[in-house]
Write a protein that binds this ligand. Structure first.
Ligand code: 5GP
Ligand code: ZN
Length: 134
């Protein structure tokens, strides 16, 4: 039998969506509890290198806040999403791929191949990218 205080904490954590956060690798990276090669971070988002790069430059831009995917209700997050786009442009300039070209991708759900259910923008560059993507 769990002590009342533990039960209360678990209920509170569940209500606040923290159980999801504890299990989310990108929330852990955002909280610096899991290592990543972070290139930029601010109050609202981070940019880090993808652990399994699919191009010479492969970065991920994530919000600090846990958003599962573009299927979430994002009505109140328009400013955050716009900010993330400006951070994409900044990262591309800093990586020197803004002129040669780059692609951003947001995989959403199974058929698109989403594997991490914390919203992220892939930035891919540094090589010729085929179109349409596979
Ligand atoms: P998705 O398939 O969901 O669109 O993209 C998830 C991306 O996250 C993949 O490209 C994968 O390589 C990357 N990834 C998964 N786990 C980690 C991790 O622990 N650290 C970093 N830096 N990237 C990760
Ligand atoms: Zn998360």
């Amino acid at each position: 039998m769990l002590p009342f205080a533990v039960k209360k904490f678990l209920f509170y954590a569940y209500k606040k969506g923290m159980m999801k956060m504890f299990g989310c690798i990108f929330c852990q990276i955002a909280a610096h509890r899991k290592p990543a090669k972070i290139l930029y971070e601010d109050e609202d988002c981070l940019v880090f290198q993808d652990i399994n790069p699919k191009a010479p430059i492969h970065l991920l831009v994530i919000p600090r806040k846990h958003i599962t995917s573009l299927n979430d209700n994002l009505e109140n997050d328009k400013e955050l999403l716009g900010h993330m786009m400006t951070v994409v442009g900044r990262a591309a300039r800093e990586q020197g791929i803004d002129q040669s070209g780059y692609r951003i991708v947001i995989n959403t759900n199974a058929e698109a191949g989403q594997t991490v259910f914390h919203l992220h923008i892939h930035i891919l560059g540094g090589r010729m990218l085929r179109w349409p993507p596979g």
